[in-house]
Design a protein around this ligand. Structure first.
Ligand code: NAD
Ligand code: ZN
Length: 376
């Protein structure tokens, strides 16, 4: 079968790999109808991780079940399903507590499992014609049959729940205000979730015009950080108070095309802008090791974080991978009910063979490439 294979920094190719097949009794094989490219893939793509050549990318997968292992009881051949990017067993201490991003069975001692991701278990990605899904009864979310809402449902594997999770960690209440740093697909979904939850004011900070326009289209207030310190711009629009809550949807950007000069800049801006006793949700990913980083501190994932200010304001912070299963069924039902349309972030559909171009352009944050979905 055809699949997107990592060859090294800035180099992916579409080539033939061994077919996905049922290996364990709990597996199913899904024929992939949509697999999205994620900002998280860029950490590997740009060479900021220990990813070795040969990884098949793709953790935002959906499709049709075509083969079912003998131990699977709930999922059936022909079902249309979405898979959380987390691979989880469903029965370990973390899974039973709802923390499916930290499954202790699939990847003991590390941060859970995922498809096609370095250090997250042996699970091959779904930017391919087929993908094997382990513990399938737990990891498949059933979708209505047909092809309606395809790109909306494609956002259920990661960015919609992840944006929602960023906001949920801030415990935002209706009528409050929130700052979202970063207007990539994750930041846009965070701002969108804040609007759904009923925030009175949602600021979204980025520099890419199309991303800022998209935020404005659903009621967020765009803040272009190339036009001046975002902290000052937001203070000016909140009578000097800042916002009740804040989300970091940027993370570590390295020194690549979308990069920041100072890796802690975003978190420190949130410490400034969130009102005392407020909360910050960090979903942007801070890679633990960046072998290419010029600064040895960022090589170890260390930051110049203003913990004094953080303490003085009695702020609280949540972070980490999203437990997608905590949200995906509810968000699916919002889509079915016509109350959410997360596909608004999707800007490009490409055939699998065009993946190398899709990666290159998304990596450069080119206009029109904010969220690329591959159609194997
Ligand atoms: P992305 O990398 O395109 O989004 C980042 C955005 O931040 C870009 O639009 C960029 O222009 C903007 N940006 C860069 N520097 C900035 C700054 N100083 N201030 C404000 N904005 C700035 O891709 P994405 O898919 O939206 O992913 C965002 C982050 O979320 C990545 O780090 C990704 O790994 C992470 N992520 C985490 C989870 C999770 O489970 N926690 C899931 C998916 C993605
Ligand atoms: Zn993702």
């Amino acid at each position: 079968m055809r699949a997107v294979v990592y060859h090294g920094p800035h180099n992916v190719a579409v080539e033939n790999v061994e077919d996905a097949r049922v290996q364990d009794p709990n597996d199913v094989v899904v024929q992939v109808t949509t697999s999205a490219i994620c900002g998280s893939d860029l950490h590997m793509y740009e060479g900021r991780t220990a990813a070795e050549p040969g990884i098949v990318f793709g953790h935002e997968n959906m499709g049709i079940v075509v083969d079912v292992g003998p131990g699977v009881v709930h999922v059936r051949r022909g079902d249309r399903v979405s898979m959380p990017f987390n691979v989880a067993c469903g029965f370990c201490k973390n899974c039973t507590a709802g923390n499916t991003g930290y499954c202790l069975t699939v990847n003991p001692g590390f941060a859970g499992g995922a498809y096609g991701y370095v250090n997250m278990g042996p699970y091959r990605g779904g930017q391919a014609e087929y993908v094997r899904v382990p513990f399938a009864d737990f990891n498949c979310l059933k979708l209505p049959p047909g092809n309606e809402h395809e790109n909306d449902f494609a956002m259920l594997a990661d960015v919609f729940p992840t944006g929602y999770h960023g906001v949920a960690m801030t415990e935002l209440r209706p009528g409050e205000s929130i700052t979202v740093m970063g207007g990539g697909p994750v930041g846009l979904m965070a701002a969108y979730s804040a609007v759904l939850i009923g925030a009175a004011k949602v600021f979204l900070v980025d520099r890419v015009p199309s991303r800022l326009r998209l935020a404005e289209s659903f009621g967020a207030i765009p803040i272009d950080f190339t036009g001046g310190d975002p902290v000052e711009q937001i203070r000016d629009q909140t009578d000097g108070d800042g916002t009740d809550r804040g989300v970091d949807a940027v993370g570590y950007q390295g020194t690549g095309p979308g990069g920041q000069e100072q890796p802690a800049g975003v978190l420190n801006s949130l410490v400034e802008i969130v009102r005392a006793t407020g909360r910050i949700g960090v979903v942007g990913l801070y890679v633990p090791h960046d072998p290419g980083a010029p600064d040895p501190h960022s090589q170890n994932g260390e930051l110049l974080f203003r913990v004094g200010k953080f303490f003085e304001k009695a702020l609280r912070m949540g972070s980490g991978q999203t437990n997608v299963k905590a949200y995906n069924a509810y968000l699916r039902d919002l889509i079915i009910a016509g109350r959410a349309r997360p596909s608004l972030v999707v800007s490009k559909e490409l055939p699998l063979d065009a993946a190398p171009e899709g990666y290159q352009r998304f990596d450069r944050r080119e206009e029109g490439y904010s969220k690329v979905v591959l159609k194997p």
